[in-house]
Design a protein around this ligand. Structure first.
Ligand code: SAM
Length: 242
């Protein structure tokens, strides 16, 4: 039996209501993740309360960076480098009206997410195996999203080149960074500008029920990304625009 007191306290802090169905979905997510984690590397965090804080609540902190009227829209969302589904799956559970694409370059993780999202009964979820820099060149993905989220994938300058080409003009990319990432974010100013964005906000806070400082970097897309980007051959990572 899972003890949900910490989870409920954190959700209250984020002003998110949780139905019995959503709680059930989180429990199933936890069980499947821990089970599959025995044979496949999905997460280093497996203790229930820690998962609640470091995976669910951390993912859901996105509510601190967007207005309720934005969050409640039927947004087209992509999670770049979703891994075991963070932050995309907890967000989809709490914002079921979103149409979400979960993208990862590791096929095994995408297979896990395909089965999981089916079992959770989540609709409007597309699990895609591929690299963001390749999808960013394809018309069916390029500039097709209102929101691109990403946690723990690569440094901000590289991440901007992976994510911003996927975002529609007037949409946003939100990067989950640690609170002490100011230097890394300052270093990304040029990449943000070159990819057609502006840094709109750095929302800093402590993740509920933890002492972990988080910074959500909101990059607004203000004009289309130049056709030259994203570059292939690992260049966004090896030679970021800085
Ligand atoms: N976002 C998840 C989280 O916060 O728990 C996973 C983070 S994990 C450290 C990074 C993930 O990004 C891995 O699953 C990796 O396969 C994926 N990844 C790395 N580079 C990528 C790329 N260029 N395109 C798509 N996925 C990528």
């Amino acid at each position: 039996m899972n003890d949900d007191r910490v989870l409920r306290q954190g959700l209250d802090e984020l002003m998110l209501e949780c139905s019995e169905e959503q709680l059930e979905q989180l429990h199933t997510y936890y069980e499947r993740m821990v089970e599959v984690n025995k044979v496949m590397n999905l997460t280093a965090i497996t203790e229930y309360e820690e998962v609640c804080v470091k995976h669910w609540l951390d993912s859901l902190c996105l509510v601190k960076a967007l207005l309720p009227k934005e969050l409640n829209n039927p947004l087209r969302v992509i999670d770049v480098g979703t891994g075991a589904g963070f932050p995309g799956v907890p967000l989809k559970i709490f914002f079921p009206q979103w149409k979400i694409t979960l993208l990862d370059s590791l096929a095994k993780r995408i297979n896990f997410l395909e089965q999981l999202t089916k079992e959770l009964g989540l609709s409007d979820v597309t699990c895609v195996h591929g690299r963001a820099e390749e999808l960013g060149l394809k018309p069916e993905y390029r500039e097709q999203y209102d929101l691109c989220v990403s946690r723990a994938v690569t440094r901000m300058a590289s991440l901007t080149e992976l994510c911003l080409p996927l975002v529609a003009v007037n949409g946003a990319m939100i990067a989950y960074k640690s609170a002490d990432s100011d230097k890394e974010i300052d270093e990304a100013v040029k990449a943000v500008q070159v990819m057609g964005g502006v840094i709109e906000n750095r929302e800093k806070f402590i993740v509920p029920c933890s002492d972990y400082g988080r910074s959500l970097v909101v990059v607004r897309k203000v004009r289309p990304t130049d056709r030259k980007y994203p570059r292939g051959g690992g260049k966004p990572m090896k030679a970021p625009v800085i």
